[in-house]
Design a protein around this ligand. Sequence first.
Ligand code: SAT
Ligand code: MN
Length: 588
Amino acid sequence: MANPVERWVEEQARLTKPDKVHWVQGTREELELLVEEGIRQEKTGPHHTFRALASSPYPDAFLHRSHPNDVARTEQLTFVCLPKKEDAGPNNNWMDPAEAKGLIGGLFDGCMKGRTLYVIPYMMGHPQSPYAKPCIQITDSIYVVVSMCIMTRVGQEAIRRIGAQENFVRGLHSIGELDPAKRFIMHFPQEHLVMSIGSGYGGNALLGKKCFSLRIASYLGEQEGWLAEHMIIMGLEEPGGEITYLLGAFPSACGKTNLAMIEPVFPGYKVHTLGDDIAWINVGPDGRLWAINPESGFFGVAPGTSDKTNPNMMRTLKGDKFFPTLFTNTALDPATNSPWWEGLGEPPQGLLDWQGGPWQAGKPAAHPNSRFTVSIYNCPNLSKEYDNPKGVPISGIIFGGRRSNTIPLVCEATDWEHGVFRASTNGSETTTAAGGPLGVVRRDPMAMLPFAGYNMGDYFAHWLAVGQRLTQPPKIFTVNWFRKDADGGFAWPGFRDNSRVLKWIVDRIKGRVGARSTPIGLLPELQDLEMKGLSLPPGRLESLFSLERGEWEKELAEVEEFYGKFGGRIPQALRGQMEKLKAGVARL
Ligand code: SAT
Ligand code: MN
């Protein structure tokens, strides 16, 4: 009798009716054959799968051009299908599970005719990790197969780990017709199932990423007592060699990946990167939080990535290990056969834009959301602990956003509950990349608004419950690199100078420096910030920490409105924190 995986694959093949079924092994030889097949499709098929970038500065690299309407995640077409709408919460689009299956099942019917169905067995997390999860994804896109081989641990181990279990994590994906009117990303958290059709884009199609590792995993985490978070993981090494592990959550366009790989400005300090997007966090037997990165690659935004903003990522892209590197929707310099994007300096002559036509000055050459997909093992400062099945012990959690005012450069929460409150109010101003109006604060608690797979009020309660089990809770901080001065320019230089703030955070964790108590939390004594080598105009540093009553009243009103959407699901403790803050703001 066939095992559960074979049975499920057979069922999906009956539904989607592919010409062939290919079980992906994850070997180097197979990867090369798949890439070759993709290159043949580039010449013949409609989907521009791969073009080899041989002789470019990036070894073993390939350019993928997507359908022009398929360049980003589509939150409006993403659904969480739990039986009760309230359990999905106002933070998710909701559809009744049976209705969703009827709708999307119809779209999957026969969608793989003339195509190959690829079965990808993969692990999220190190196979030896108690926190890892074995999963199966089906897809009809070679681009997705190769991307999954880079971003996750593909191989037979996943099938062995699933064994006779029936409720393994399943993802069914087809690019369908790449028609936005027939595009849906449906999550069925109770069945550990994701069904996605009509898009080949990362977060819509690499189902191990946002779909499983955040939306489904956050739901599992609530049931099983752990956290699946949209966070970087890094270790900050000090001159004595001691390493402090930190997590950081930021909405998009806040420099999250750059921070994960930052080169500190001080001699003797070093950052060891463990992840730039997702952390799975468990309470260890020692009462501390332990984090793993379930992924094994970076899927990062290309524009703005350069030797200045992120030298470690540039080295990663130029590194050559086991896996190929993909560039998606970047521009192309045909003279050197190299990918190009804004931020790399002067555009070369004869540049082709992201759709392959001659670039016209004044228009983006690379798509603003163009991406690279690269193995984490290429990263020169990858932490030695990256493959440790236990993960790393966490001493601090940083929450950030892009705010031109109100929020100080750095602030420490007084305890776990206060930190959860501050994180639940996290907001970030919209940038051009996201589309829509500019500079509006969008509330994005824990940077998880689009990724919590259940009601966010319940999610806050879960954070509080996890805190109750910690005997050594990490300290929680908020940061804001984006405060503006009176002239409208950025008041803080950002980039590598953000390591000055990381140093203060570690000094606080180690109890080496004091802090000043304010109504919003603990602020640094200015003399404790290491400012050697950075000269700011007089009064600037003070202004980065100023608390304006009017701004905070506005902040409170916006947070109240946001909380209002969740009604009675907001935990009482957070309402209490809100009242305390209100009283404090009145005293400012
Ligand atoms: O595709 S991802 O969701 O991983 C990246 C993004 O669009 O946020
Ligand atoms: Mn992300």
